[in-house]
Design a protein around this ligand. Structure first.
Ligand code: ADP
Length: 411
């Protein structure tokens, strides 16, 4: 065991130069992997070693090799990191720099069987967070200056580990907070979305049932129409909830079949014109065949067109098809463009998350934030992709790519 106070004063000019280069390099990298690459590059001219491994305790407290580089002799032992395990455990418990010489039975004839190991604790202020092990095959032994240099490297790697742990902790906290926010939003959104159609249905049904007022036919019809529409909304909401949880669990059944995408889009556009009387919607069709579930694919495009109507009211909608050839593969990119007010960049990244809604829309327009999540999952099952491009004040374009299926039915 060694005195563990690393002091650059005992180092040669060459080693000192390496020490400063290492300290600069390690301070500027962000991952242990990059740090190890830098350290190997800068340390090897002054500290000969063949292997370097960082061991970190797992959740059970057992040390595991987390980062390793095998560079010199013993390269064939790439997968076998056991050689450093024993010294790592010893150093982890003793918290002291330790060197050991291991001689396998054939060490005199095989240099690889003479192993000089140097283990160094990786310490944060409060505890040992891991162990750094250098391995050298066939000698010579480590001299004290080299051990000091190795200790200096260990201090830097320990700092990096602590920094990474902090980053991971912050990310976990952020993820937890996001989840809590999502759950709160979910309960608020769903109860609001469930209650508002229920309120209409109950209100108009109760009104119609009143004995003291007799309604003329057209008023009765109007009330019944509202009840009918609100029931559809309720059903759509429950269907969306069920679809989204089935998609998440991977249990949504798909009826995949061979179909003409341009025909499906053509019918869809006709239906949209019928459904939204004031909507101006055009399609540029190109003949294209896909393997898809027509009901689910229709659901995706219905949702995107419905969104354009909801969030870009009064805007024309364009559905463009474009063939993209990539080596032997062809796919079709379908763009659904509106000229609405667009989506600010800070929302784009989260738009396909479950329950995510642009906050300004949440108060004004009905919705649950499930639609785009469902679209993304359905498209994913079809081996396709979906993305969005938007410019505030100019409009939004949703882009869907689907791979081509060349098989002709019946062949
Ligand atoms: P919902 O419409 O139920 O809120 P979606 O998942 O379909 O859920 O959409 C998520 C959010 O994306 C919407 O709340 C809206 O803020 C935004 N968005 C979707 N489509 C458009 C569009 N065409 N233009 C502007 N904003 C849109």
């Amino acid at each position: 065991m060694f005195d563990d106070s690393a002091s650059p004063s005992t180092l040669s000019p060459n080693e000192l130069e390496a020490v400063y280069a290492i300290s600069n390099a390690v301070a500027s990298v962000t991952s242990i992997d990059d740090a190890l690459d830098e350290i190997i590059h800068l340390t090897r001219p002054v500290l000969i070693f063949d292997n370097i491994v960082v061991y970190i305790p797992n959740t059970d407290g057992q040390l595991e090799p987390a980062y390793a580089r095998i560079i010199g002799r013993g390269r064939s032992a790439q997968g076998d990191l056991d050689w450093g395990g024993m010294i790592a455990t010893e150093v982890f418990h003793s918290e002291a720099t330790t060197s050991r010489v291991e001689k396998l039975s054939d060490w005199q004839s095989n240099r690889l069987s003479l192993r000089l190991l140097l283990g160094l604790p990786l310490r944060s202020r409060q505890q040992t967070v891991g162990v750094l092990v250098f391995g050298r095959f066939g000698g010579p032994p480590y001299v004290p200056e080299q051990i000091h240099l190795a200790e200096f490297v260990a201090i830097h790697i320990a700092q990096l580990l602590v920094r990474q742990q902090l980053v991971a902790q912050v990310a976990n906290l952020q993820a937890e907070r996001r989840l809590r926010e999502l759950q709160d939003n979910f309960i608020a959104t769903i109860s609001h979305e469930l209650c508002s159609p229920l309120g209409f249905i109950k209100g108009y049904a109760t009104t119609l049932l009143r004995d003291d007022i007799s309604w003329d036919d057209s008023t009765r019809r109007e009330f019944l129409q509202i009840i009918d529409e609100e029931t559809d909304r309720l059903r759509e909401l429950i269907d969306n909830l069920l679809d989204s949880s089935r998609l998440q669990a991977g249990t949504l059944r798909m009826q995949i079949q061979h179909l003409r995408l341009d025909m499906l889009l053509h019918e869809l556009v006709l239906r949209a014109r019928h459904r939204f009387q004031d909507l101006s919607i055009e399609l540029n069709p190109i003949e294209f065949q896909v393997q898809a579930d027509p009901v689910r694919l229709t659901q995706v495009f219905d949702n995107l067109i419905g969104n354009a109507v909801k969030y870009a009211p009064g805007s024309p909608v364009m559905v463009d098809m474009k063939i993209i050839s990539d080596n032997a593969h062809r796919s079709c990119q379908i763009a659904i463009r509106d000229q609405g007010r667009g989506i600010a960049p800070e929302h784009i990244e989260r738009l396909f998350e479950r329950f995510y809604r642009v906050p300004e829309d949440s108060e004004k327009v009905h919705g649950t934030g499930l639609g785009l999540y469902i679209c993304r999952e359905i498209i994913r099952v079809h081996d396709g992709s979906i993305s969005v491009e938007s410019t505030v004040g100019q409009g939004t374009t949703f882009l869907i790519s689907l791979p081509e299926c060349q098989r002709i039915p019946g062949e």
